[in-house]
Design a protein around this ligand. Structure first.
Ligand SMILES: C[S@@+](CC[C@H](N)C(=O)[O-])C[C@H]1O[C@@H](n2cnc3c(N)ncnc32)[C@H](O)[C@@H]1O
Length: 464
């Protein structure tokens, strides 16, 4: 079928469906969809929202929900600011910020983010865990899983494992191990239409139905991964009833051990629309799911549903991993931290060597053998001929004050920009590995020889 698009560039069949569903509201909906509000979420692993408001280089307006979420105006380029490189915030759709808040991770819990790349919700979950517990962040696509790892590293997350697996293999491996599972599902991405030409091009009625079938399969895997009494949160960034209420209803019909959970109210959000399903498809509790419409709630639009397990019993206990880096490696890392850091934060945890890379394994991490693992924990560094070279991820997991004599730069100092471009900088101080910081927030490593700090900011991240 040839698809006709409108002036907005949205598929005609989509507009027709939404006009049928929303009636008079459709015009407001479509124009809001064309110009969705942009947002930024403060990384509370680094600083509090109040601290951020004091130093924010561009105007931000606090969102009513969740805490730490802000609306951005047109001024400034937040993605091109040294604070972004230092992981002070994540640029995120305002509606997307409500998803991890709805998941509600509690300190010390085990959380799985099943479809996590590029990491908007995973980095939010990590911030809510506050450095405790365990986050397993997964994405099936290898390049996207690497991007996910980079974002978790930029935001200084130390207690995450990144995997690149199918949901089914994760369920076979872990069993009912997790307190909470997020499925931010691959979907037809209708709320991305303004931003993504590919989302518009790839959309079709058949693709919507294909997505809905895949979502129900992924939810079935999520049900095997959550502990008895645990919570699954399911979200999409699309509006089709088939992928939202339809997928939620199909899941509950096929899994009588789950009920649709009540969620915190989000101002302006609407409950799920059971009336958009056929009578035979409807299930109890669909009104407790949330629809965030772009013309009513800041952001491009989301659907969120929670499923609470009603089963009793104990969580599954996967076999705990006993990391065992050779003694000489432990010594090399200990020597490095003793020489270049105040205190020895990486040694609070057990070390593992994979190839030439050294990782700090988060406490409570289960055995990961046979899984495709991108990061088994906090990447600390690389072994090079009996030498230990610290990783960028190690630096970003530290605070400026963890370093011996760190370089402290200001965000608008041309030297900061030179460092981010990969240039050597001239700052007198103690010889050897040094943390380079902006206002005390770590940007990366440098190595000082004389007055010159050689640049160890990763090539792939350098500013052009
Ligand atoms: C909506 S995006 C996730 C966005 C992410 N949660 C965030 O907040 O940044 C869906 C993701 O699902 C991944 N994906 C697609 N099929 C998958 C599958 N079968 N299992 C796991 N992930 C999958 C895609 O690569 C994509 O990154």
């Amino acid at each position: 079928m040839t698809r006709v698009t409108t002036d907005l560039g949205f598929p005609a069949e989509f507009i027709q469906r939404m006009t049928g569903l929303l009636g008079q509201e459709a015009t407001g909906f479509l124009s809001a969809l064309e110009w969705p509000a942009a947002g930024l979420r403060v990384n509370t692993l680094r600083l509090s929202p109040a601290q951020f408001e004091e130093i924010s280089p561009f105007p931000v307006t606090p969102l009513a929900y969740p805490p730490g979420g802000y609306l951005l105006g047109d001024e400034g380029r937040p993605g091109k600011h040294p604070y972004h490189a230092a992981g002070l915030y994540y640029m995120q759709d305002p509606g997307a910020m409500t998803v991890a808040a709805a998941l509600g991770p509690l300190p010390g819990e085990r959380i799985l983010d099943l479809a996590a790349a590029p990491g908007g919700k995973a980095t939010h979950i990590a911030a809510l865990l506050g450095g405790t517990g365990l986050l397993v962040a997964n994405d099936m696509h290898p390049l996207r899983a690497r991007e996910l790892a980079r974002n978790l590293e930029r935001l200084g997350v130390r207690n995450a494992v990144v995997t690149c697996e199918s949901a089914g293999r994760l369920a076979d491996h872990f069993g009912a191990f997790f307190d909470r599972v997020l499925l931010d599902a691959p979907c037809s991405g209708e709320s991305m239409f303004a931003k993504s030409e590919a989302a518009r091009r790839e959309w079709s009625g058949a693709a919507v139905l294909g997505c809905a079938r895949r979502q129900v399969d992924l939810l079935a895997a999520a049900a095997r991964l959550v502990r008895p009494g645990g919570l699954i949160v399911y979200s999409t960034c699309t509006f089709s009833p088939a992928e939202n209420e339809g997928a939620a209803a199909a899941f509950v019909r096929e899994h009588p051990g789950f009920e649709i959970a009540a969620m915190d109210a989000v101002a302006g959000a609407e409950g799920g629309r059971a009336d958009w399903l056929s009578p035979g498809e409807r299930v109890e509790g669909l009104e407790r799911t949330l629809r965030l419409w772009p013309h009513r709630v800041p952001g491009a639009g989301h659907f969120i549903a929670g499923f609470r397990s009603t089963a009793g019993g104990a969580p599954g206990e996967a076999r705990e991993w006993n990391p065992s880096a050779p003694r000489n490696v432990v010594q090399l890392v200990a020597d490095f931290t003793a020489k270049h850091l105040r205190g020895a934060p990486p040694l609070e945890r057990r070390l593992e060597v994979v190839g030439d890379e050294v990782y700090g394994i988060p406490p409570g991490t289960p055995e990961l053998k046979r899984l495709r693992v991108v990061r088994p924990g906090w990447w600390l560094g690389t072994l090079l001929k009996n030498r230990f070279e610290p990783a960028h991820a190690m630096a970003l997991g530290l605070r400026g004050e963890d370093g011996e004599d760190p370089v402290v730069l200001a965000p608008d100092d041309p030297v900061t920009h030179a460092y981010l471009r990969g240039e050597a900088i001239s700052v007198p101080g103690r010889a050897g590995w040094t943390l380079v910081t902006v206002d005390g927030f770590v940007l990366g490593w440098g190595k000082r020889v004389g007055d010159v700090v050689k640049n160890h900011y990763p090539k792939g991240l350098r500013w052009r």
